[in-house]
Design a protein around this ligand. Sequence first.
Ligand code: GLN
Length: 475
Amino acid sequence: MELYNKTAHELHELLQTKQISAAELTADIFSRVDEVEDKIGAYLEITREKAFSDAKAVDEKISRGEKIFPLEGIPCAVKDNICTKGIKTTCASKILENFIPPYDATAYKKLSAQNPILIGKANLDEFAMGGSTENSGFHVTRNPHDLERVPGGSSGGSAAAVAAREAIFALGSDTGGSIRQPASFCGVVGMKPTYGRVSRYGLVAYASSLDQIGPITRDVTDCAQVLNAIAGRDEMDSTSTAADVPDFTKSLVADVKGLKIGLPKEYFVKGIDSEVETAVRNAAKKFESLGAEISEISLPHTDYAISTYYLIAPAEAATNLERYDGVSYGARVDGADVVEMMTNTRTEKFGAEVKRRIMIGNYALSAGYYDAYYLKALKVRTLIQKDFVDAFKNVDLILAPTAPTAAFKIGEMVSDPLKMYLQDVCTVPLNLAGLPGISIPCGVTKNNLPIGFQLIGKALDEATILRAAFTYEQC
Ligand code: GLN
């Protein structure tokens, strides 16, 4: 019946009105997984048995005539750096190859309260460090639009699963673009909420001041539904915000009249692919024709965002990853004494990119260099935040490319980390500033590769982002 082509909100209607059963839907998704997963490699672990038994419980609820939650019975994928109680959570790292968390991440727990159907844990760059999913310690994930190309990253498994219809929606995490960039490469919707909007408790830490969990979906309505499910204050994460969580589906109003949208000139400079630039500028024109006021704005410190991010993120990563010492978690490689055991474990089990970040981070934090690198980066971070504060005095939203290019070829950039880092130019500023952003599909290149644009909002103003994104999508 190809139910897998539908959105969560469409499937919800079909389930609630008993036109389909959750068991049928689950079987349909698995038939799709069986058909394409060998080629795509979106998942690290598939939870088939649990899925069918959960679907049965949903069907029992429906047959009792009870009302179901918006995401109840809807098949989903969860990035494998989000802890799932009793289900392996590896972060795509050999060091956590056999780690089974004794608790759920809050975001997953909140989602689970709606009884979606977990299809599996999705692949990622090891510890979410990367932008192509090629850094997974287990296997690469392929872009469903072109199997020779990357799905983006680090939430490449989540985005590919949704794009390949191996899940209806997914959870990803975004530290420097890892939800938005793979969403853009795979032609789906991906949102990084405001820092603190979604609890990070149980999200395996990469860079704690930047990390945020968010939805990857087929459309904006599903994005709002998933955000509704996962947002909110959590006592287990002191950085989660106590701000009210509005019902985000109320923002799904097709109207942008009078909305002020700024185009930051620094995001349309050298390195941006001309097809991407044209598609993004056309999206801006579309908004204008729908009644929005478009103006050019400046975010003057954009140029420093990559260097700032690639000091702060590795510094935090180096600290966060100290805990993988062969004792507390996961894998151990023996040695003559404890130091040798730790060295052997970390040498053998961490991948090259993770080691690179640990070295950069420890260097930036070391006594002689702390002021010159880490402290300097923190100061520039404040300037980048201030750019946005100033810009938002005059506009309601900022529109920019999500990534400078469409999906690149597998193997094209892995050997040149700097080139790979430069891909994050449009996404990392939001993380540094803690702001929400969404990536929305806006066309394809002549090779039929998806292009995405980004809408950036004020802190805690996901509602305006969703309204504009919904308007664009409807038109
Ligand atoms: N590509 C960026 C990095 O490698 C972003 C990763 C992320 O958002 N998790 O750090």
